[in-house]
Ligand binder design. Sequence first.
Ligand SMILES: [Zn+2]
Length: 503
Amino acid sequence: MRVHLPLAFLAASMPALLTSTGDAADEIVVLSAGGAHRTVVLVIDGPGGAEVALEEAAKGLDVSFSRAGRDAKVTLRSGGREVTLENGKSLFSVAGQLRALAAPVRVVGERTYVSAPSAAIVLGAALGQTATYRTAYRALVIGAYDAPRLRLVNLVSVASVESTIELSKPVPYEIRKEPNRVVVIFQADVMETDFVAEALPGRIVVSARFERASPPRLTFDLGDRFGSVKTSERDSQHVGLLFDTPPIAGAWPVPGGPEGPTGRPAPGKSVALGTGFQKPIVLVIDPGHGGDDGGARGPGGKLEKDVTLALARRLRAAAVDSLSVQAYLTRDNDMEVPLDERAAIANNFNADIFISLHANGSRAASAKGTEVFFLSYTAADDEARRIAMQEGEITERTRGNDKDVGLILWDMAQAAQLEASSRLAGNIHGEIAEAALSRSRGVKQAPFRVLVGATMPAALVEVGFITNPEEEKLLFSEAHQVRLTNALVQGLGRFIAALRANP
Ligand SMILES: [Zn+2]
């Protein structure tokens, strides 16, 4: 809806419109000096599109208006600065210089109408401050206005959805429980966020979405498995919402599995729930080597087993935090774990993804870069054979010469996953190649023993060459580890998004 009536009439007869949040498309907000000044301005339709009245937008700002030339010329004054506009002209003067506007100025009665972006230019010139019009927020921002930033993390598990709202600075808020939804309303003029909306599995909370309304709000749409919501505040910048299922026996169909005393599944049991439910994605991260097996050694004496463990721990934390997955390590300290056992751990966890982390080694100190592997049963070339030997190659037994059927089945486990594994490797490579600040050696295949028994998509990542003096230093720096972790999370995120869309 656009307002075609004179503003004075509207203000007198329909004051509710001025504060209405239901039809915010016809308003813009003026923000200045850290939000100290805020005016809602009605927007009207002019010949060239939506326009705002400068007199309205300047309310509360240190700007005076005067008219001359039978009211055709309008002058804005502030702190010795003068800006003059003229009816019908697509320009204005400031300090004797002419500047262009996108559309002609319209003087109608007591009001001087320009487009919202032009209002920012004109008021900014009058006030001697930078001013911009932010289309996404419908806000005319004068001077430095530091909008609060919002981040939302949703952790979905079988029995609950844990949502954490992170704010860059404290913002007063109100939580409203409405039928079928929970709404968090923030007392802020605008909020910055990358979060738009997220569909959540499990039917406790169906979706979370952010609306840039006035005031801005987060809405959690509740599903048929929703029972109750508890809110908590760790501090004024972290608001937690815990959405639970009803604590009633029978609410949980647990096919074939024993139930706990509350009717919930016994802990540790993987359960398949009714239609529409997706079990949480499980990620198993394998820090390569460990214990007596130090892996490759750098010229500075650093060991591969230490960087793989450091990266794996970071990745576990980051994946749980931002991918809403369950994540486990095959080793969480400096211990030796046999190669076959690493894939077995992933199988025992019923993992959806298995990723083995390594740092490469080469006799050539200049060798550098990242590469991501998935399994092949034979080495395609000498380089693949060299790396497979370094990281543990498939032996003759695991190539299937053994007569033991059980072993052969185990050895073929990864064969069924090769297509998915190649996608996983591709997704990870797509992100890590750039983050590694080095050349990408691509996605490759090699006969890795550690991958062969994994019954889920699996990839081995060489995050860089520890034998390269520069990369050795990089790999042990916190900044680089964070960069690599973020890239791994991004790559895994892409794979997981596809998995969730098409389980
Ligand atoms: Zn290795």
